[in-house]
Write a protein that binds this ligand. Sequence first.
Ligand SMILES: CSC[C@H]1O[C@H](OP(=O)(O)O)[C@H](O)[C@@H]1O
Length: 396
Amino acid sequence: MVDQKENRAAAPALGDASVSVPALRWDEPPEGPVVVVLDQTRLPVEEVELVCTDVPALVEAIRSLAVRGAPLLGLAGAYGVALAAARGYDVTEAAELLRHARPTAVNLEYGVRRAERAYRTAVEGGADEERAVAAALAEARALHREDAEASERMAEHGLALLGELLSGGGYRILTHCNTGALVSGGGGTAFGVVRAAHRAGELRRLWVDETRPLLQGARLTAYEAAREGMAYTLLTDGAAGSLFAAGEVDAVLIGADRIAADGSVANKVGSYPLAVLARYHHVPFVVVAPVTTVDLRTPDGASIEVEQRPGHEITEFAAPSAPGAGTEAGSGIPVAPLGAQAYNPAFDITPAELITAIVTENGVASPVTGDALAELCSRSPSPTETSRSGNGMMGA
Ligand SMILES: CSC[C@H]1O[C@H](OP(=O)(O)O)[C@H](O)[C@@H]1O
């Protein structure tokens, strides 16, 4: 068992919309620097922090989804490198452990690379160990700030896009998995747009896919929606089709874990069926992600490694209140015959032609093309403009 200590929050989170701790933070107690993560496997029942004093503990937190969500994984990777350096561990070995903790979200390897490069550049420039550690930590903090700023801009661009795509306010938005402050250094990606619509008085209903098997929607998005005072309704993933058929969905907003150069999007399993439903029912299907999630080195969706997770996440039901519940086979409540085989991809791939728009902090690509994505990635963050440019670009 890795060395993870627990801090219990002042009050239970369930039903208490006020209690909140950051999804991830750096701390420097007298006994040495630590990375502290809010254990998302325990939400919404308890807000419990995991204090990671070394990289194996942080890797375990990533693998168990105690800390999860593409942009936040980037921060975990960057702070993990700083933690290794600050504690005198082998930075190369630590970086390798971190970047391979989960394969699909490109942000993880990006965050590791940013902090590792800062550390190496300092060392090669003659800096002593203390200054090299400081350089890695400064880079992690810079990425944290950038992600928070990106959240703000994605929310602005996304709200402007909804105004262009949908006539009048009173949006009924369906979302999948969890894409709010729990996946980010700021307000999140797709849920950040939902929050902006809510605060602008434009959100009539948030349909929340529960998102089997780990229930990020039921446990986490509902938790964030409740704290925001939103009108939200939970549904099973299989019920989404009947909502579309009833004309109850005005738009689908989802996040992303990796966007390939051709605009294919890897996101939580169940995203692709939503894209097909949205296309069949002529509903806008919008992906919201920072440019750090766009991987121009991966040519297409078939080239994205989709994480295959253990079958017990499907064949057993894990009670989130128990420490470590569901992280090991046999620790949950069986819901299938012993020995049942399970197919458990964590993500699926949605082709660009089924995506109405990709919203980033640098603007909006619609239609989604490789050129439009590359252009967005080449830009610096931009203020919101909703003019549609000739090359299919929307936003600044
Ligand atoms: C916008 S990042 C959130 C993204 O990450 C989730 O995956 P996981 O919970 O396995 O980390 C899901 O794909 C969300 O869309």
